[in-house]
Design a protein around this ligand. Structure first.
Ligand code: ADP
Length: 630
């Protein structure tokens, strides 16, 4: 059993957002938990990056302080030179050389730091994309039906690529800024013990505002995540090749652009308010900071003019002051960035925790034996995840190798859903499906999938060559030229393939290749049938080819199915009842229930729904024949 680590639902945090417990549990522990997760992501991507960045961050922290001392020393010696107290010019030359070496070293480290961060960015974002794709490979099909799953996926995809490396470099910047700040505070304390305290106190309100607004922004973005998904959807409708035809002809462009603008306006109003409010707060606070700075600057100048300080000390102390202000600023913005980033990484963490349920129900899953099979639906009910309505209602059905079963029923009767349950893309809500007398949940899922050769209603179209489109049917088999051609012949695809400019080598779709070929929907369907035939399957399923195949082609495919399916379980989902006449078993579905079951002759005798459907269709064909004869 997998531990149940499903994260609490978004809303469950909200009422608890205030209070000490929340502060420690969510903010502090959560923050470090997420930070650790990010470090582990970078560690997985490339370990050496962490070491290099850590080293650079130490150097980054120390170098400014060294620079300040060198600068001050140089000024002091120049001051001595002005008053004629210097013995030789080399005394000025040494700090000058140190200054240039320092500059050079600074440049080199910042270059190396940039290089490392860019390389790390590429590696880490790619690593994370891969992680998301690999996770998506195992996620239940049912998860894709839930809007909140899409939200997680979208959030993870959008943020997870660039956030981790941003957070990591921000974390290192924080460490180096902290080193610098502490060093400069020690220097400044030499001026007056109260000075660093004053500066730090002045920095506090800015920090608080920063955190408050980072959190507000995050909550707002999460709240408005649906808006962004809607905008992406409207943009996709306008730019998606398959949709463009209808959108143009029906004059829907303006409608979708209008919707896009409305949603953006709603999103923008909120984010604009947040940005402006934060900006105003910071402006007000900076006034106070400038005043505190001014007091200290005047004090230092006074100490140089009338007190014990030298010229170089002025540069050292005012430099320290400026540095503390700027590094504290870095500290605040960077920690806020880290904080915000870690909140976003939460999206990825929850996505990665999405649990699979389509897994074997027993510890040692079974591999199906190949060859002859029986399938039994026992009192199977099913409602799609997140819905109450039973799309399949107490289904009992028996299927056996060598048998052809035709599923008929009006649109929405539940035929495709029945196939999805049989192939274990979903699990029944109640009842059980037995393969060779054993619950299909007890089989190894990958091994189970191997026995099905299936053509879905919304079959896949792959932007690869014709050959690969067929060979994808059985990846284990790889590319077997002769078998590919046989499958194409059997699915009636060979004819059009051979007429293509490069035959089986023709690249399909025009996404990537200039010479990519677009096929008609019927041709695509034949290819997908070829794909199913190419697979060494025991159970052949063809779901509703009527939409894309002409009656002749459908009949041809059906005949091939029957011939190839001699020793297989063959299931045909079809509107056209002509195929039902030769089936061993016709199953009539209505509103998720099996209302009639038997062969064509028996069902015709019953004079029920099947009889009505069949005679309606037959008379339509006869009418058409009559019209043609007239
Ligand atoms: P058929 O193949 O007989 O036309 P389906 O099995 O595709 O019918 O659909 C049966 C019912 O299930 C329909 O009412 C449809 O709206 C619903 N349905 C199909 N897919 C989903 C889904 N992913 N989530 C929720 N309901 C669905």
């Amino acid at each position: 059993m997998k531990p149940n680590k499903r994260p609490p639902h978004h809303g469950s945090h909200e009422h608890e957002r205030h209070g000490l417990r929340y502060f420690f549990k969510d903010m502090i522990l959560g923050f470090f938990g997420r930070l650790l997760y990010i470090v582990s992501l970078v560690w997985e991507a490339k370990r050496s990056i962490l070491f290099v960045l850590a080293l650079l961050c130490l150097l980054d922290g120390v170098l400014p302080v060294v620079g300040a001392y060198i600068g001050a020393e140089l000024l002091n010696r120049l001051g001595l030179a002005i008053t004629g107290q210097l013995q030789s010019f080399t005394q000025i030359l040494y700090p000058l050389i140190a200054l240039f070496l320092h500059q050079f070293f600074n440049k080199i480290t910042s270059r190396i730091s940039q290089m490392t961060t860019r390389i790390a960015g590429e590696l880490v974002s790619n690593h994370i994309r891969l992680k998301i794709i690999c996770k998506a490979r195992n996620v239940d099909l049912g998860s894709f039906d839930r809007p909140e799953f899409y939200e997680k996926l979208e959030n993870a995809n959008r943020e997870a690529g660039h956030r981790p490396i941003q957070i990591l470099s921000a974390t290192f910047s924080v460490v180096s800024a902290a080193i610098s700040v502490v060093s400069f505070i020690v220097i400044l304390a030499g001026l007056h013990p109260g000075a660093p305290l004053l500066i730090l106190v002045m920095a506090l309100p800015g920090a608080i505002i920063n955190y408050i607004y980072r959190r507000k922004t995050f909550l707002y973005m999460r709240h408005r995540s649906k808006d962004r998904r809607q905008m992406n959807y409207y943009a996709a409708v306008m730019t998606n090749k398959d949709m463009v035809k209808e959108v143009r002809l029906m004059g829907l462009s303006d409608t979708f652009i209008g919707k896009f603008k409305t949603v953006f306006a709603r999103y923008y109003a909120g984010i604009q308010r947040l940005i402006l409010h934060e900006g105003f707060w910071h402006m007000a606070i900076s006034l106070a900071t400038v005043l505190a700075n001014a007091v200290l600057f005047v004090y230092v100048a006074h100490q140089v003019a009338y007190g014990p300080l030298q010229l170089g000390d002025y540069s050292l102390y005012t430099g320290a002051l400026n540095s503390i202000v700027s590094y504290v600023n870095t500290l605040v913005t960077m920690t806020a960035t880290i904080y915000e980033g870690t909140l976003f990484i939460d999206n990825m963490m929850t996505f990665m925790r999405e649990e699979e349920t389509i897994i074997p129900s027993i510890a040692a899953p079974v591999t199906p034996t190949r060859g002859h099979h029986t399938i039994e639906f026992r009192d199977v009910c099913f409602a799609y995840p997140g819905t109450e309505h039973n799309v399949l209602d107490h289904i009992n059905l028996h299927l056996e190798s060598g048998q052809i079963t035709v599923l008929v029923g009006l649109n929405g009767a539940g035929k495709t859903t029945l196939i999805k349950l049989l192939t274990r893309l979903y699990d029944p809500t109640s009842g059980v499906i037995l393969l060779d007398g054993r619950d299909i949940r007890e089989y190894d899922v990958k091994e189970l999938y191997k026995i099905f050769g299936i053509v879905f209603q919304d079959f896949g179209k792959y932007a690869v060559s014709v050959r690969e489109n067929i060979a994808f049917g059985d990846v284990e088999r790889g590319i077997e030229e002769e078998a590919i051609r046989t499958a194409a012949r059997e699915s009636a695809a060979a004819e059009f393939i051979e007429a293509l400019p490069e035959g089986y080598d023709t690249p399909l779709m025009r996404y990537f290749e200039e010479n990519g070929t677009e096929l008609s929907i019927g041709q695509w369907q034949k290819l997908s049938v070829a794909r199913a035939f190419y697979k060494k399957s025991d159970i052949l399923i063809l779901d509703e080819p009527t939409a894309s195949l002409d009656p002749l082609a459908e009949q041809e495919v059906f005949n091939q199915f029957s011939r190839l399916g001699d020793d297989k379980i063959t299931i045909f989902v079809s509107h056209r009842l002509s195929s039902a006449t030769v089936a061993d078993q016709v199953v009539v579905l209505e509103y998720g229930k099996i209302i009639e079951c038997g062969n064509h002759r028996a069902l015709m005798k019953q004079k029920g729904k099947y009889h009505r459907l069949f005679t309606t269709q037959a008379s339509r064909y006869l009418d058409e024949d009559d019209k043609e004869n007239e």
